[in-house]
Structures are given as C-alpha cells and as structure tokens.
Design a protein around this ligand. Structure first.
Ligand SMILES: C[S@@+](CC[C@H](N)C(=O)[O-])C[C@H]1O[C@@H](n2cnc3c(N)ncnc32)[C@H](O)[C@@H]1O
Length: 210
C-alpha cells in the first residue's frame, strides 16, 4: 500500500485538544515541567535577550514561545502546517512579541529576502515533517553562526494514511551536521525530564549554523 502524509493528524478544535496531540496526552505535569526546563536552558545556551528574534519551527500552539517571551521579552515567529495550531497559538501565547504564520508564507518571505531571524528551534516537529523542505526553510532563515536548538526523536515518525507513523529512514541528527556545528549535546540532561519510555528514543542538541 502506498502511504500518504496525513496532515489531519495535527488538527483539533481548541487549545486543549491540540495540547493532547502535541505531547501525546501528557498535558499536565510534563507540559509545565518540560516547557520550563527547555526554555530555561535555551535562554542560557542561545543567549536569548529582548533583542532576539527567533523562528519556532513546528510551533504548535506556542508552548515554548510563550515561555521564552515571558522570561526574556524576546520575539518569536511560529511556523506550522496546521491551521488549527496557528489559530490557537495567537490566543495561547497572547503577547504582542509573538506572531505565527503558515509554512508557505514564511518560505515566501525568507526567499524574497524580506524576513530573517537571529536564531531558531524546533521541538518534536522535524521528526514528523516532509524533511527536506522543512529543513531548508530553517537553514535559509538563519545567518551564519546563528544558534539552533533541536529536540527530536532519533527515528522518523511521519503520520500516514490510514493510520500510524512511518519511518522513511532519514537520519536527521546526521543530516544536521552538513549545515550546523554541534555546540552541545544536552540529550542526557534533558532526557531526565521526559517520560521514561522517551529517554533512549530522542536527541536534544544546541548547534550553530556553519
Ligand atoms: C508534536 S507537535 C510539537 C509542537 C511544539 N513544537 C511543542 O513542542 O509544543 C508537532 C508540530 O509540528 C507541526 N508540523 C508537522 N509537520 C510540519 C511541517 N511539515 N512543517 C511545519 N510544522 C509541521 C504539527 O502541526 C505540530 O504542531
């Protein structure tokens, strides 16, 4: 059977339903703790200040963006393929330093030279994407030397019709080394804050664009 990307998997009626999709049901303690630990570490390691403009690739409803903005007064542009995630992100983040837009709009603005960012991050998102266009969007938006943070599963999890998740064999961790220099592998430190069944299935790395 030919498997086709199922983009309906990231649709939901409201923020509560979408949050369940984002952390596969772990919307309570994990949502709060993981968001806090990730954003604190990103601020320190990426040098995020009120002057920083960040791309949040696969932003969801803006869980991480909200925390970064509240802590530093930075600015974040969220990009996502899900119209429902984009819609709910405005009311969830609810801050004038946040905006979100479709993947097509963001790609258009970057390609036209009308938009670039100082830094980027992508959390539990690239694992699900049509990889190369998603990845090139991040690479093109960043200037040389810009910081990038990723948290991702080691294996690919592409949502496919009629159900389930497929692995197309792309090794994202290795692919990143073509364009980014690793600055710190924080997998062990951050994994401690994840559910035990995630701990040997993910990687979390800080890097800068080569
Ligand atoms: C597991 S959620 C993570 C959301 C957010 N990063 C967080 O940690 O709260 C994955 C997100 O990636 C988005 N996504 C999936 N494929 C994408 C693509 N090709 N480009 C942009 N976003 C995508 C989904 O719509 C969803 O919001």
């Amino acid at each position: 059977m030919v498997q086709v990307y199922d983009d309906r998997r990231f649709l939901g009626e409201d923020a509560q339903a979408l949050a369940k999709i984002i952390l596969t049901g772990d919307t309570g303690e994990r949502w709060v703790k993981e968001t806090e630990v990730f954003s604190e570490m990103m601020i320190r390691k990426m040098g995020i200040t009120q002057d920083t403009v960040l791309l949040d690739y696969g932003a969801g409803i803006g869980r991480i963006a909200k925390s970064l903005i509240e802590k530093t007064n930075c600015s974040v542009i969220g990009v996502d393929i899900s119209p429902d995630m984009l819609r709910e992100s405005f009311s969830y983040v609810a801050h004038p330093n946040f905006t979100s837009m479709s993947l097509n709009k963001f790609q258009f603005l970057v390609n036209a030279g009308k938009l670039n960012v100082d830094a980027a991050y992508s959390i539990w998102a690239l694992q699900h994407c049509d990889f190369e266009p998603a990845y090139q969007t991040i690479v093109k938006a960043l200037p040389q030397g810009a910081p990038f943070f990723i948290a991702n599963t080691l294996n690919r999890c592409i949502p496919v019709i009629p159900s389930g998740w497929a692995d197309d064999g792309i090794n994202i961790r290795r692919r990143l080394r073509d364009d980014f220099e690793l600055t710190q592998d924080v997998t062990d430190t951050l994994s401690q804050h994840l559910p035990t069944d995630h701990q040997n299935r993910v990687f979390c790395e800080f890097m800068k664009k080569a």
